[in-house]
Design a protein around this ligand. Structure first.
Ligand code: MG
Ligand code: ZN
Length: 375
């Protein structure tokens, strides 16, 4: 039996070599479907579930009748989340690894270990004439989205981070944190007025997103601040995330013939982990899961979009206990902070094969650049 399997795998390997020669495949993956693997994607959608480890994914999936849209991804990988100066990363160093490709220190936003600014993939996309976007369920100046557009030695310098939104012509951003733009403690600037002067179409939480989106121009730049400070948890009534993400993707698609890059973060899975609240985690995951389904539908139809989903780290040491049944999960937390677990990566679409394997978190950046075909 063993030798039969060996022969079969040798045969499969030879078949794979042949396919590779004929189609110039880098990594042949049999389950991949109907896109041309030799083509680079025009667009990349990077999805981050902050604090979303395997426990969070498993519990959310069990709660959802043992199904999730993560099962639709054709390629999976694993990344190693540690940062430059600590084994256990924070979200700033974690997002900087994805955004800029370097391991940096705890609390660093878009800067290297010596606090020097690093160009992010979003900034490089802007320079290459792609349209860019950020959507989050935290404030838009929070560590994860901030690391794609700002450069700061300390993640909590929120007003400085907000001012960095004036330095890149990002086409679309939606998240909380209106006060860091409009009512600042450190200076008298009104960044909302400054953004409007740069031709941004701006809105905030005083308008429902469903009404605001009717006013979005076909072409241009759009910012919407969904709360004065942090947006609510979904269980307390936050309702913009799916709509703002899909509106953003459709908007960005129309902005440039060269494609787009967008990072969309389900930020509060992490906050559920910090508060050791299983229902908080699961409810945030279930909303994210719905959005992931819509995005995969969109990307499959589009055919030119690579979708990458991962987390920066796990939060809470969240696990499912032996007394659990599918209808009644018994969960436990081993931490009120982040943990050092390796983190799953999911990819779909053109060049998704690059994301298979076990690698450092910084490779997410390098693989996305490679997928775009950037030198
Ligand atoms: Mg975050
Ligand atoms: Zn956290």
């Amino acid at each position: 039996m063993k030798s039969y399997l060996l022969i079969l795998s040798v045969l499969l390997f030879c078949f794979a070599c042949k396919t590779q020669k004929n189609n110039h495949l880098q990594t042949p993956i049999e389950s991949r479907k109907d896109f041309s693997p030799t083509k680079n994607p025009k667009n990349i959608i990077l999805l981050i579930g902050d604090g979303m480890g395997m426990g969070q994914i498993s519990a959310g999936t069990y709660r959802n009748n043992d199904k999730s849209n993560l099962e639709r991804f054709e390629v999976t990988g694993i990344h190693k989340p540690r940062c430059y100066d600590k084994l256990i990363t924070d979200s700033a160093a974690g997002a900087t690894a994805f955004a800029c490709g370097e391991k940096t220190y705890y609390h660093a936003v878009g800067v290297d270990k010596d606090t020097l600014p690093l160009q992010s993939i979003l900034e490089e996309a802007e320079l290459k004439n792609l349209a860019t976007g950020l959507v989050a369920t935290s404030t838009i100046v929070h560590a994860t989205p901030a690391s794609f557009i700002a450069h700061n030695k300390y993640r909590k310098n929120y007003e400085e981070i907000a001012a960095d939104f004036l330095k890149t012509d990002i086409e679309y951003f939606v998240g909380g944190g209106n006060k860091y733009f409009e009512r600042r403690d450190t200076d008298d600037r009104n960044l909302i007025e400054e953004l409007k002067a740069k031709d941004y179409h701006m809105g905030n939480y005083l308008t429902d997103f469903v009404d605001f989106k009717k006013s979005i121009p076909t072409k241009g730049k759009v910012g919407f601040l969904t709360a004065d400070d942090s947006p609510l948890p979904i269980l307390s009534g936050r309702d913009y995330f799916i709509d703002a993400s899909m509106t953003g993707i459709n908007f960005l698609k129309k902005q440039s013939d060269d494609g787009f890059f967008i990072m969309i973060e389900s930020s509060q899975i992490d906050w559920g982990g910090h508060s050791n609240d299983a229902e908080y985690i699961i409810s945030e995951f279930l909303e994210f899961n719905k959005l992931i389904g819509k995005i995969l539908d969109w990307a499959e139809k589009d055919g030119e979009t690579l979708v990458v989903l991962t987390a920066d780290h796990e939060t809470g040491g969240f696990t499912i206990q032996s007394e659990s049944t599918i209808d009644s999960l018994v969960t436990v937390f081993t931490s009120g902070n982040h943990t050092g677990d390796f983190i799953p990566v999911f990819a779909n679409g053109p060049k998704s094969e690059l994301f298979t394997g076990l690698y450092e978190n910084t490779e997410i950046y390098h693989k996305m650049r490679k997928a775009f075909g950037w030198k």
